[in-house]
Design a protein. Structure first.
Length: 299
């Protein structure tokens, strides 16, 4: 779905019927869209790039789910990120529930453009994976937030380090029905959501510190609409939140968008709403700028 929030125009584009489910997606600094696609039972995923002009997905490479010598495992989280023009495939791997203590780690692999092969990077041992686990790239580093802990990966050293954790979760915070969207990045700051109505934390990568923004969910009474998932995103250097709601009375899905006014320190709901459609329950979401001339032939 391509949208122009200024004029409320929407253009939908459908993927090929033969394309497998999208596992992870990312938009690079050169404005290209990449996805990892594959079935749950597949041992490999397909790395594909979107051709803006042709409106087609092009296969680039295949990546093995399991690291060499690991064997079949359970995958609790998979993500595709870009940092310094390099692609990284992150996977939380669980050795099994029968193992005590749980042997879980974050597996990271880097895509080599010259050889079109994936290289193993340093692994991060974790105790357990929480529902709100997420990862994001900021500057030349990768950041992984899990179970109240913040970790940073330095590609130049191939090393993970532990950072200042986020503040404790408020006792009255309402969790998401599913999971929060991936964090958004503006400059050296990471914007992370961890509640429905709607706590957003800001992490400063330079000072290694956290702060909270005002609640945006108080703009709308939570009785009428039940938030399922929210996606922080950046449009024209402004912080937005795209929220998927389920109306308790109408029994249908609805989408709306909030924007944060940094001068006033407050949120406001945009008048431009996405068309209602129950089929748009999509958990892979990314933002990319596209030239309208490339969309003229899009159905």
């Amino acid at each position: 779905l391509c949208m122009n929030p200024r004029i409320g125009k929407y253009i939908s584009s459908h993927c090929s019927e033969t394309m497998p489910p999208v596992i992870a997606s990312t938009v690079t600094s050169d404005n290209n869209v990449y996805i990892l696609a594959g079935e749950d039972h597949d041992s490999q995923l397909s790395l594909q790039m979107y051709n803006h002009t042709g409106n087609v997905w092009e296969h680039l490479s295949s990546v093995q789910k399991c690291p060499d010598g690991v064997g079949l495992r359970s995958y609790l989280y998979e993500m595709l990120l870009e940092s310094d023009e390099n692609l990284y495939y992150l996977t939380v791997v669980d050795k099994g529930r029968d193992v005590s203590p749980r042997d879980m780690f974050l597996c990271t692999r880097k895509y080599c453009w010259q050889t079109k092969q994936w290289q193993d990077c340093s692994q991060l041992q974790i105790e357990r994976a929480s529902r709100n686990r997420t990862a994001v790239s900021c500057g030349s580093h990768l950041y992984f937030l899990n179970n109240g802990e913040m970790h940073c990966y330095d590609p130049s050293k191939d090393q993970w380090c532990k950072l200042t954790p986020p503040p404790p979760r408020p006792p009255d915070l309402i969790p998401f029905t599913y999971k929060p969207g991936n964090p958004a990045v503006i400059g050296t700051k990471i914007f992370y959501m961890r509640g429905l109505y709607g706590e957003m934390l800001v992490y400063d990568t330079e000072s290694d510190s956290w702060r909270a923004l005002p609640l945006w969910g108080q703009l709308e009474p939570p009785i009428r609409r039940h938030g399922i998932v929210a996606y922080p995103l950046v449009l024209e250097s402004q912080l937005h939140v795209l929220v998927c709601y389920r109306h308790t009375s109408k029994r249908r899905m609805d989408w709306c968008m909030y924007v944060y006014d940094r001068c006033k320190g407050a949120w406001r709901e945009l008048e431009v709403n996405l068309p209602c459609n129950d089929q748009w329950e999509c958990w892979q979401f990314c933002v990319v700028r596209m030239n309208l001339r490339c969309l003229r032939n899009v159905p």
